[in-house]
Design a protein around this ligand. Structure first.
Ligand code: TA6
Length: 324
């Protein structure tokens, strides 16, 4: 649908407008009395969120981010679906390789070596379904990834996927997966959120004390979190069986970012540090990586989901900023 068509059908004066970026991608800009957010329709990808009282954006977006058709955008909130990480990786390493999406004992799919990391949803064209403003001024946008946009060769399952983004004093995302086929399938997912922070050496993640995690830097090891998560080297951890809330404490920006979730049993904490950031090349050289921290609400590794025929699953997360 064209920008004009989208604005005619779903635009809301003073609250929601659709615009085309110079590179041709279409964005939805949400505005409430509490803040502003921008969503790129490609990927259902929230790329910006600024809230009242905060001079610094809450989400990090790489200055090297590409806005090209079919390219993942570095930053914001990528939607990882219908698998997390490399397709078919044996995660955790103690289990046999389970092809995400396949019912147990299904034959492996052809061409898996080319399947995109973190699934295809974040680079696919999503469609607008509905929009609205609540009585409290919360503005929301409902998007869907149609079955036609789900590559059959990678995902031979009858699935539905919707994302509702709600902007009020908090930012809330509801990712709803459905199995409309006759067979169960295994699903991995994450809202892979990049937070804008003052400096990776000055922040911590609170709330994961005592939680078991897979440390995936170097050889994969199972460990247990001792105290707050602090950063002094490449960090890439999948906290499992962790439904609880957590928060990012950022004294440099004088704020605490609360992350509250439902329907998510995994929390992924990631910062690439120097060497991996240099290899990735799109984190804003030379040290853009110091201003980002991913805390991702997921169902991954031990917590992959099996959706039975007719079943729906919602992963919800609410972000809220509190001044310190
Ligand atoms: O969620 C952490 C992670 O899996 C890291 O290992 C790193 O690969 C990151 O995601 C970014 O992945 P991407 O495919 O977006 O480059």
């Amino acid at each position: 649908m064209s920008v004009a068509g989208l604005n005619h059908a779903f635009g809301i004066a003073g609250a929601l407008v659709f615009e085309e970026r110079p590179e041709g991608l279409i964005e939805a800009r949400l505005a409430s009395t509490e803040g502003h957010a921008t969503i790129c329709l490609q990927g259902g990808h929230v790329i910006d969120w600024r809230c009242l009282g905060q001079t610094q954006p809450v989400l990090w977006l790489s200055r090297d981010a590409k806005f090209a058709a079919g390219k993942s955008i570095r930053g914001g909130i990528p939607v990882c679906w219908p698998w997390f990480g490399a397709y078919g990786a044996a995660t955790p390493p103690t289990k046999n390789a389970q092809q995400p999406g396949d019912a147990p004992a299904a034959p492996p799919l052809a061409g898996v070596e080319n399947f995109p990391t973190h699934g295809f949803a974040r680079t696919a064209a999503w469609e607008v379904v509905d929009s609205g403003v609540e009585h409290d001024g919360t503005v929301w946008l409902l998007l869907t990834l149609s079955r036609a946009a789900m590559p059959e060769a990678m995902w031979p399952h009858a699935a539905t996927l919707e994302l509702k983004v709600s902007l009020g004093a908090a930012l809330q995302l509801d990712l709803v997966s459905g199995n409309i086929g006759a067979q169960p399938f295994v699903l991995g997912e994450a809202l892979h959120t990049y937070f804008n922070i003052s400096d990776i050496g000055k922040v911590s993640v609170q709330g994961l004390q005592g939680v078991e995690y897979w440390d995936t830097v170097g050889s994969v090891e199972s460990k247990r979190q001792d105290g707050a998560v602090e950063f002094s080297t490449e960090t890439d951890r999948v906290y499992i069986n962790s439904p609880q809330a957590c928060s990012i404490e950022d004294p440099g920006f004088g704020r605490r970012i609360h992350i509250r979730k439902q329907g998510s049993l995994s929390t992924v904490v990631w910062n690439p540090w120097t060497a991996k950031a240099a290899r990735m090349g799109d984190l804003g050289q030379p040290d853009g990586w110091r201003q980002m921290l991913c805390v991702e609400s997921a169902n991954a590794w031990d917590n992959k989901l099996t959706l039975a025929s007719g079943e729906r699953h919602t992963l919800s997360v609410e972000y809220r900023v509190e001044p310190l």
